[in-house]
Each structure stands twice: as structure tokens, then as C-alpha cells.
Write a protein that binds this ligand. Structure first.
Ligand SMILES: [Zn+2]
Ligand SMILES: [Zn+2]
Length: 314
């Protein structure tokens, strides 16, 4: 009962905040000549030696600017973490990264449960040579004691932010979630020369419809691609408590008995088709095999598989 009352309060707060956030369109956002996304952490891989988990960390190379989107889950608190293991395997140095972009403050994106609780992040549960780079977050984020850099500036904003010419944070979009509470989530929007905007999303709690709408308001550019998590644990999830599909229950702002369903998936597919996106890639970290199958059927040759270790070149 308490959790349902809280959901209703959070839902009201999120609706008000969404309505209040009106942003002008960005004049001359700039472009990047190339874009690639290398999933360092996600749920599936075909690469021997690569580790997987129900979390997200993507290395995004936008022209000569490299941004790391989120830092994975590290559920077992390992050092080296699955993220560090995979970075080493793929020949990626932390020093190659120009910025860290945190989509939202959930455990599978901040590097663990304790990190979520204390609003910090960690790449591994041991010392990491983290460079003095900017860290973008929709909410205040305390540098972790053991693997961030005190010289890093945490740039906190719920509004749109430019990371580099052509590379933006969309600004966060709030949504209430059952048990998980009021959630602010932002996505990356990258303007690729001659193609248009590519949206790279962490968990997708905002709903993809609202991310598309935000991108259209901000940029007035064609949407070329949508890559990442959209949270569709329908007919199966990645975090189960026995028979209970936790992701389906805690990932919605509806009543807990009315969880994320087939219609939600089909509505999202419809909205993505309407947006004109020509490259679609769905993260398996918070979506089921069934949902991925629906996306594959709907987008055919425009669908790209998302596997740890396999670069998606735009
Ligand atoms: Zn997630
Ligand atoms: Zn999340």
C-alpha cells in the first residue's frame, strides 16, 4: 500500500516536471563525420572471453570524441570488473575516453547496488586510473572514493547539454517507477553528417516515444538511429527472483499488477517507425528475447544485433 501511494505521488511529480520542461531548439548543433558504438557491457556476446551482465556500458566514438555511456553493473563486486575485463580484451584504455555520460542512477548503469544507494559510480571494485574527464549526470553524483578522479568535473543538469560539436545529452525525462521510484534518465543524441540524429539510450525508462519527441523539439533533424535499452522484459526478464520477473514489475509507472506488456512493445515499434529511424538496435539487458524478436521482425534489414564486443558502425 505504501509503495502504491508513493508511486502515485512520484507519478504526479514526474508528470508535472515533464510538462514544465520546455526547451528551445538548438541552433546549429554541429555534426560528426562518423559514429560507432562498441557495447562493452550488455547481456549477450559471441566473443570468447568477453563477460556479460544485465547492465550497460557503451563506448561511443563520435568523430574524434569518445564518450563512455554508463559503467555496467558489476553485480559480484569484482576487480577487475566485467567492464575492465572487456576493455582489456578489446584493447580499450580508460585514457582513450574524453567524457563519461551517466544515463541514470540505477545499479546496472552506475556499477553496482552500493553505487546506486550512494549516488556514485565505479568502473571496478578496486583502484582504476580514471582520467580527469567531465562526467555528465542528470542528478548530483559524488565521485567514488576509489575509482573516479578528483579533478573530474561532474556536470549535473536535467537540461540538454553539449558534450562536443554534434554530441549532446538530450536532457533527462522523469518517470515514476514502481519501487525504483522517481527516475531521471537522459540519452545521447549525436548528429551524424549526411544522416541525422542517432539516439543512444541506457534503460529507456523515459519511454522511447518521449525520447524521440524531445529530440525532435531540440534539433528538428531527421532521426537516423535508435540504439540501446528500451526496457521491454515481456515474456521473460534478465533479473528474476524465482518465477518473478523483477524488471517487468519495477520498470513501469502503472500499477504493479499491470506490468509492461506486448502492447507497450508494439506501441514503441510504431513510434520508432513513425520517426523514420533506419538503424535500430535493442539492448538485451532489459528486454526479453521475445521483445528482440518483435523488433527484428518489425525492422528487418534495418535491425542490428547488439552484442558485447561487436561495433555498430553508423
Ligand atoms: Zn538498465
Ligand atoms: Zn534503469
Amino acid at each position: 500500500m505504501i509503495t502504491i501511494t508513493k508511486l502515485l505521488i512520484d507519478r504526479n511529480r514526474a508528470a508535472k516536471a515533464r510538462k514544465a520542461r520546455v526547451y528551445p531548439s538548438i541552433k546549429d548543433p554541429g555534426t560528426v563525420q562518423s559514429l560507432s558504438v562498441l557495447p562493452l557491457i550488455d547481456f549477450f556476446t559471441k566473443t570468447p572471453g568477453a563477460k556479460t551482465e544485465p547492465g550497460v556500458s557503451y563506448l561511443v566514438k563520435a568523430g574524434d570524441f569518445t564518450v563512455l555511456l554508463d559503467v555496467g553493473y558489476n553485480a559480484k563486486k569484482e576487480h577487475p570488473s566485467p567492464l575492465l575485463n572487456n576493455m582489456k580484451l578489446f584493447g580499450i584504455s580508460i585514457r582513450d575516453i574524453d567524457a563519461l555520460f551517466i544515463s541514470h542512477h540505477h545499479l546496472d548503469h552506475l556499477g553496482g547496488t552500493a553505487e546506486q544507494r550512494s549516488h556514485t559510480f565505479s568502473l571496478s571494485h578496486g583502484p582504476v586510473d580514471f582520467p580527469p574527464i567531465p562526467v555528465y549526470s542528470p542528478l548530483p553524483l559524488t565521485p567514488s572514493s576509489f575509482n573516479s578522479n578528483p579533478a573530474s568535473e561532474v556536470r549535473v543538469s536535467t537540461g540538454p547539454m553539449q558534450l562536443a560539436p554534434g554530441v549532446y545529452g538530450t536532457g533527462s525525462i522523469p518517470r515514476a517507477l514502481y519501487i525504483m521510484g522517481y527516475t531521471e534518465e537522459q540519452a545521447l543524441a549525436i548528429n551524424v553528417e549526411g544522416k541525422g540524429l542517432v539516439l543512444i539510450i541506457g534503460c529507456g525508462h523515459q519511454t522511447v516515444q518521449r525520447v524521440i519527441e524531445r529530440a525532435q523539439v531540440l534539433f528538428n533533424l531527421p532521426i537516423y538511429g535508435i540504439i540501446g535499452g528500451l526496457h521491454f522484459p515481456v515474456h521473460g526478464g534478465r533479473i528474476m527472483a524465482g518465477p518473478i520477473n523483477l524488471q517487468a514489475i519495477v520498470g513501469s509507472d502503472r500499477m504493479p499488477w499491470n506490468y509492461i506488456n506486448e502492447k507497450d512493445v508494439h506501441d514503441a515499434i510504431h513510434a520508432i517507425k513513425e520517426s523514420g529511424a533506419r538503424l535500430v538496435s535493442l539492448s538485451a539487458h532489459d528486454s526479453s528475447d521475445w521483445a528482440i524478436g518483435q523488433f527484428k521482425d518489425a525492422f528487418g534489414p534495418h535491425y542490428r544485433e547488439l552484442f558485447v564486443g561487436e561495433t555498430i558502425t553508423v
